[in-house]
Design a protein around this ligand. Structure first.
Ligand SMILES: [Zn+2]
Length: 172
């Protein structure tokens, strides 16, 4: 049932991400001047995508501690995807806090448009993770080949650490 929700949400998130980035880049290049109501449209999309994402995230993280929330939510994603998500969030945050003076030298497009991109990207990763989490959870092994629980770092049975690649090789 959750997967049925996840697929369309993932598609919408990808579309939202492309539209945001696309309109930002075109505006940056001076090829496109956005309609006045663009922020409204983009944020409306975030709301549509974000509600089911929270629902799916709750399912993914129900058995985990609060501090492991994001790790648990994204456990079905390959590690490059998790890294890209945090890099993206970092870059947008950095751009947002660049001194205004720096931006005033040229008429840069409104950075505001890039915030929804983070939400769409997070939503995309969470839904992707949900679709792959089952496979990921069932293929987690310790170095000795015992099955271990999704977030465990050590085997409950023999105490050996989790096999390094079991997390990601399964979902690529
Ligand atoms: Zn073991």
């Amino acid at each position: 049932m959750a997967k049925i929700v996840a697929f369309p949400v993932m598609a919408l998130a990808a579309l939202g991400m492309l539209l945001c980035l696309g309109s930002y880049l075109f505006e940056f290049a001076g090829l496109y001047s956005p309609p006045q109501n663009r922020p409204l449209i983009l944020f409306l999309g975030v709301f549509i995508v974000w509600f089911p994402t929270i629902f799916l995230m709750n399912r993914l993280t129900a058995d985990f501690k609060q501090k492991d929330m994001w790790k648990a939510a994204l456990r079905g994603c390959p590690s490059w995807m998790q890294t890209s998500l945090w890099v993206l969030v970092g870059v947008v945050a950095l751009l947002a806090f660049l001194p205004l003076a720096l931006r005033a030298q040229r008429a840069y497009p409104d950075i505001f448009v890039l915030f929804p991109v983070c939400f769409y990207a997070a939503s995309f990763c969470v839904t992707y993770s949900l679709i792959n989490a089952e496979k990921h959870d069932s293929t987690r092994r310790c170095l000795n080949g015992h099955t271990i629980s999704p977030m465990a770092r050590f085997c409950e049975e023999c105490g050996a650490p989790a096999a390094p690649d079991s997390t990601n090789s399964a979902s690529i």
